[in-house]
Write a protein that binds this ligand. Structure first.
Ligand SMILES: [Zn+2]
Length: 497
């Protein structure tokens, strides 16, 4: 074994040499994995993924029995590995409560008034949503803003119902901007009744939100033909034509809008789970491992035979890797630094659990010197390049790249890893200045990832039988070596920013 191998050519040679030695070792790297080690990890991961993604755990939806099973499983696993509660809150050992609100759209109404004529937009040509129990805007002035958003002056939309033209991919961000500028409701004009159907399908299911993030936005959708019917064909077509001009600016419509939406609301208590392997040198900082434990529960299409989304890859696999890594670290330890293990809730609903964590962390966030997220990790076979999510964002670049090189692996497609950056729990930590990265073969190779995304991502067939563990095991071992180094003050001193 030669830990000095760094050049690509030398690595290539090591790969060939490694391949020839496959009967003796399973890794092609200079830091070989013994076959027994590999098989032991594989057995542990398979076992834990099967449990977490079993029918009994019911898709691990926050606030359900599935949550209770999941948290008990994670707690028991950590306890038997020597961990203690990491909540730093004697009243809530292991579980840090996260209060969520569940909202499910129930009814809506969109009515346009032009002069004395009132036009109730038919249900098939409209949709309306709010997260509140009831949101109502009555006879509010309307302003047509086309596809503008940032360029719109605050006084143009303040207190008004803004009418925008649908622009898939861009509409949600535009709506956010216009709500911030004071629009009381937004009507998005879509092309056809099919679009209304799609919007309804996308928004109609139960949604979990953090009370602190709730904005009460009132969003409606109507078809172009409904707008044309209410305003008159000529006026509507005139507006569409004006919107094409380079000098277009928002224009007041000669109409008033009444928009109402209602939802069924209930409070949901969920939890982050936090364990701790205390270090020998208090005050020397902490390392955080995290993985979201939640998934969707039932999520298939109505009428499907299997509607349970077990979430084996997403994210039973991340939790399983985190737990096995935690066990192996506990065996190697104790270290100088604390090791925290965090199972987050409601990631699938918008990284909500980790947002709650950074709002009320068990230790000052500045003391976390490195955080490693494990999300959807078991999709790539052994030998896949490794994605480095968060590269260029933190002081961890040097030690992570060194660890990847020492493992004999190559960094994968960097733009693929970048795509994932804002879509994972680590992003919220990064926003708070915590060096948070994800090092994963799942984000190292487009073909491998796309196969999973196309066939199984957020579908009922994300089942334990189809989990691919090879890449995840290599990733786990890479983390073990890296964290064993970062966790001791002699081998890693935190650089100044
Ligand atoms: Zn997911």
């Amino acid at each position: 074994m030669d830990s000095g191998i760094t050049s690509a050519r030398a690595r290539g040679f090591a790969n060939i040499a490694g391949a020839l030695l496959l009967s003796a070792c399973v890794s092609s790297s200079d830091q070989r994995i013994s076959r027994n080690d590999y098989l032991a990890i594989e057995t542990a991961l398979s076992r834990d993924i099967s449990t977490l993604a079993s029918e009994e755990f019911a898709g691990r939806r926050p606030g359900t029995l599935g949550e209770a099973y999941t948290l008990k499983f994670i707690e028991d696993s950590l306890k038997s590995a020597g961990y203690v509660s990491g909540t730093n809150d004697p009243a809530n050992p292991w579980r840090a409560p996260v209060e969520l609100v569940s909202t499910t759209p129930s009814s809506y109404r969109v009515e346009l008034q032009v002069g004395r004529r009132r036009y109730l937009v038919p249900a098939a040509e409209s949709a309306g949503f709010t997260t509140r129990k009831r949101s109502l805007v009555e006879k509010a002035p309307m302003v047509f803003v086309g596809r503008l958003a940032e360029e719109v002056a605050g006084e143009d939309v303040l207190g008004r119902v803004a009418v925008i033209l649908s622009d898939p991919g861009k509409s949600p961000a535009r709506r956010d901007i216009l709500f911030e500028k004071g629009a009381v409701a937004i009507i998005t004009v879509v092309d056809t009744e099919d679009d209304i159907w799609d919007v309804s399908a996308a928004y109609s299911s139960e949604k979990l939100i953090l009370p602190s993030e709730e904005n009460g936005a009132l969003s409606a959708f109507v078809t172009a033909s409904a707008m044309s019917g209410a305003l008159g064909k000529n006026r509507w077509e005139g507006l569409l034509a004006s919107e094409q001009g380079s000098d277009f600016s928002p224009s007041e419509l000669p109409a008033l809008a009444t928009v109402e939406a209602n939802s069924i609301r209930r409070e949901v208590r969920s939890n982050n789970l936090i364990g701790l392997l205390p270090g020998k040198q208090p005050g020397s900082g902490a390392i955080l491992l995290l993985a979201h434990w939640d998934h969707f529960g039932e999520c298939g299409q109505e009428g499907d035979k299997d509607r349970l989304c077990n979430g084996a890859v997403d994210n039973a696999s991340g939790v399983a890797v985190m737990l096995e890594l935690a066990r192996r670290l506990a065996k190697n330890g104790p270290f100088d630094r604390d090791i925290y293990v965090l199972g987050t809730t409601a990631e699938e609903s918008g990284l909500l659990g980790v947002k709650a964590f950074v709002d009320q962390p068990p230790i000052p966030l500045e003391s976390i010197i490195a955080a490693f997220n494990f999300d959807t990790v078991a999709v790539a076979p052994r030998g896949t390049n490794v994605g480095f999510v968060g590269e260029g964002q933190t002081v961890l670049d040097a030690p992570v790249i060194e660890a990847i090189e020492k493992s004999g692996r190559l960094i994968g497609n960097r733009s693929l890893a970048d795509l994932f950056l804002q879509r994972q729990d680590g992003w919220i930590l990064l926003q708070k200045g915590v060096p948070a990265v994800a090092i994963t073969s799942a984000m190292g190779d487009d073909q491998v990832l796309n196969r999973f995304l196309d066939l199984r991502y957020h579908k009922a067939n994300d089942e334990p039988e189809v989990v691919e563990l090879g890449g995840a095991i290599e990733d786990l071992l890479l983390h073990e070596r890296l964290i064993s180094r970062l966790a001791n003050v002699r081998t890693y001193s935190v650089p100044a920013n």
